[in-house]
Design a protein. Structure first.
Ligand code: ZN
Length: 178
């Protein structure tokens, strides 16, 4: 077992979003960017004693489970295997409460991603969601006051979807051809 002080939520948030967004669709084909993720780098730092293949498989499994849960395609019980054997222990000081995450080091990254998802579910309900572009496999965390963000990125999907709508409305016009 390895005991780890839970890092500030923002650190885990970043790890989670980065992992969720590591299967982008590039020129119509899905690409796997797992090797470039913070989660993979962290796993390699934590779990040197384990086979890389096993680590890769675990991260791919937690990623697809989280993607399915965030999309609402699967219940949160899909995430249970990644929290097996994980324990959160409070340490109370004069300044407040710190939580220590206890688990096998090779499971640590997956547990952190799941805990980050759960914290967002509680503290920012509905803010973590899939990009509204159906051809896009990315996710976004809406931090805006109005909570009206629809695209993973205005540059990538926002402009593309607007252009598509524009073309569609032009084509609908009876006199568009002439
Ligand atoms: Zn997108």
């Amino acid at each position: 077992m390895t005991t780890v002080t839970v890092t500030p939520a923002t650190g885990n948030e970043h790890l989670l979003l980065d992992l969720l967004n590591s299967t982008p669709v590039v020129r119509g084909a899905e690409r796997d960017d797992l090797d470039d993720t913070i989660a993979w780098q962290q796993w390699r730092a934590d779990g040197e004693d384990t086979e890389e293949t096993a680590g890769r498989e675990m991260l791919m499994a937690v990623r697809s489970a989280l993607q399915a849960v965030v999309r609402g395609e699967q219940p949160a019980t899909r995430l249970e295997p990644f929290l097996r054997g994980v324990r959160l222990t409070p340490a109370v000081t004069a300044a407040g409460v710190t939580w220590h995450l206890d688990c096998l080091s090779r499971r640590l990254v997956a547990a952190r991603a799941v805990l980050a998802w759960d914290l967002l579910r509680q503290t920012r309900p509905g803010r973590l969601r899939a990009c509204a572009n159906p051809a896009c496999r990315r996710f976004l965390l809406d931090r805006s006051k109005a909570n009206t963000r629809r695209w993973c990125s205005m540059q990538i999907c926002g402009n593309r979807m607007k252009a598509r709508r524009h073309h569609a409305s032009q084509a609908d016009r009876p006199d568009s051809s002439g």
